[in-house]
Design a protein around this ligand. Structure first.
Ligand SMILES: Nc1ncnc2c1ncn2[C@@H]1O[C@H](COP(=O)(O)OP(=O)(O)OP(=O)(O)O)[C@@H](O)[C@H]1O
Length: 244
């Protein structure tokens, strides 16, 4: 088999329960360099899917293969997957600079190497002026850039984003849409992001998956979201057939 044809991520028959909620028999792939959006209502299981792809949650059955290997069998430090949490989850007691350089420090790079790489990515994201600040003093947009820089500093082949734009105003959002496309091109990474926002998914993603009540109802090319022959449940979710 040609290596390039192998998916970057292969989610196979994934089942996972938390409390009364379950992700049920989820199958999908993510290919190198693509942008995949997963849309669903609040509580549909979007965050649980991202956490399972990253290997933070262990499925009750099925598995997630990352570059052909069960993610659970890859040690955390060797996974190199960028993760942007919904609330950014920056370390509050570390400056923006230390947050961004954290995983380089864990990898044993010298202070000089860390400083150079942090300065380079901070300049790329326009956050050089906040490097000395602590997370509590950053605006929402600055916090997001710092969190993105932290997620990308190790140049991961896969970036997972949990509702990355939901807290931003419409103008700032447009800037971040541009930035995400540039990141995806410059860093050459695949991106999986989850969102409630259909338009955002259509604008940014190559493919869109619809997740309802823990079931992945299908994945379609983004331009086909409203022409797919969806079940009545998905049609209702997408508001299809509701035009006056
Ligand atoms: N540790 C847990 N214990 C019990 N139930 C949980 C736990 N974690 C998640 N759940 C439940 O699983 C369901 C899916 O949660 P998840 O956070 O993945 O949803 P989501 O689609 O990301 O929602 P939102 O869009 O609101 O962030 C929810 O009903 C949630 O209450």
């Amino acid at each position: 088999m040609e290596k390039s044809k192998e998916p970057l991520v292969d989610v196979r028959g994934l089942n996972l329960s938390r409390g009364d909620f379950c992700l049920e028999d989820i199958h999908f792939t993510v290919h190198a360099g693509e942008i995949l959006a997963i849309i669903g209502k609040t509580g549909a299981g979007k965050t649980m899917i991202l956490e399972t792809i990253a290997g933070f949650s262990t499925p009750s059955s099925g598995d997630v293969r990352y570059k052909g290997v069960d993610i659970q069998k890859i040690p955390l430090h060797a996974r190199n997957i960028g993760y942007l949490y919904q609330d950014y989850s920056l370390f509050p007691h570390l400056t923006a600079e230390a947050n961004i350089g954290y995983s380089l420090k864990m990898r044993g790079l010298s202070k000089k190497e860390i400083r150079e790489q942090v300065e380079e990515i901070a300049s790329r994201f326009g956050i050089t002026h906040v490097l000395g600040q602590y997370p509590g003093t950053l605006s929402g947009g600055e916090g997001q850039r710092v969190a993105l820089a932290r997620a990308l500093i190790t140049r991961p082949p896969l970036l997972l984003l949990d509702e990355p734009f939901s807290a931003l105003d419409p103008v700032t959002k447009q800037g971040f849409y541009r930035m995400l496309r540039e990141i995806q091109q410059d860093f050459g990474c695949a991106v999986v992001f989850v969102t409630h926002d259909f338009i955002e998914a259509e604008v940014l993603a190559n493919r869109i998956g619809v997740l309802l009540g823990g079931r992945l109802c299908g994945i379609v090319p983004s331009q086909g979201l409203y022409t797919e022959n969806w079940s009545p449940e998905v049609q209702a979710f997408l508001g299809m057939g509701m035009e006056a």
